[in-house]
Design a protein around this ligand. Structure first.
Ligand code: DX5
Length: 235
């Protein structure tokens, strides 16, 4: 077990449930709630059956944030769009392995543009899809829902893949984040963290939490740390 797999868990909200008429204020509220980063779910209506944020929308929100932005590109042609989301102020760009003909080159290009690179795997896509690109990757995202919409149920069947990715990252010795996205609550985060994830996306649960976003962030972080500690101790 390397110390890399026991890094401090990060809590990253998706702004998909936010009030799109108040995105600047929403971003500011998330920063005040103590989140570690903010994720923008970029959807083109083709790769997934939903349409969301263009780069100009994100650029408009950027001055209102004191934390970094990551763009989750759920699009059919990420090579065409990567540069525009870097220019919009996203420090981390996540592309889907399923949408990249030349994933190795796309990840390298994201870094050449000055951002950190991320690769996302849909629930059905095996961990092996990233084993040859770990050196080009700053983050691997294991989707725990089929992407396109918030509020879906967590797919626990992805947990063995999370554990496999954890082992691959540990064996590589590279400082790669392992993120999960979809259906993350104060309960499901425990299974994802126990499997080896260290970055957690939460949208609908965090926005619906009755005690507010700051309490939700605290609860998620504590649950992730507890499960991570149990995992590390069991190794
Ligand atoms: C893909 C999106 C969602 C969102 C999180 O559909 O990436 O997973 O960020 O949504 P919740 O937390 O509501 O499942």
């Amino acid at each position: 077990m390397t110390e890399l797999s026991a890094r401090q868990p990060l809590i990253v909200p998706s702004v998909l449930p936010a009030d799109f008429a108040r995105l600047g204020d929403e971003v500011q509220e998330l920063c005040e709630a103590g989140v570690d980063r903010i994720q923008w779910d970029v959807m083109d209506g083709v790769f997934v059956p939903n349409l969301t944020f263009g780069p100009d929308v994100i650029a408009a929100a950027r001055p209102h944030s004191t934390v970094g932005f990551e763009a989750h590109l759920m699009v059919v042609d990420p090579d065409e769009l990567v540069g525009r989301y870097v220019d919009a102020g996203c420090e981390l760009i996540i592309v889907h392995a399923e949408a990249c003909t030349h994933l190795h080159r796309t990840l390298a290009r994201i870094r050449q543009l000055g951002a950190r690179s991320g690769v996302s795997l849909n629930p059905h896509t095996p961990a092996a899809f990233v084993e040859s690109v770990l050196a080009e990757t700053d983050m691997v995202l294991a989707m725990t829902v089929n992407p396109g919409f918030g509020g879906q149920a967590y797919i626990a069947a992805v947990e063995p893949k999370i554990a496999r990715l954890r082992q691959m990252i540990d064996d590589s010795g590279l400082p790669i984040e392992l993120e999960v996205d979809g259906g993350i609550t104060d309960q499901t985060i425990r299974g994802a963290s126990a499997a080896g994830a260290d970055v957690f996306i939460s949208g609908s649960w965090m926005y619906a939490y009755s005690d507010g976003k700051a309490a939700a962030v605290t609860l998620l972080r504590a649950a992730a740390i507890e499960s991570q500690s149990q995992r590390v101790a069991a190794r």
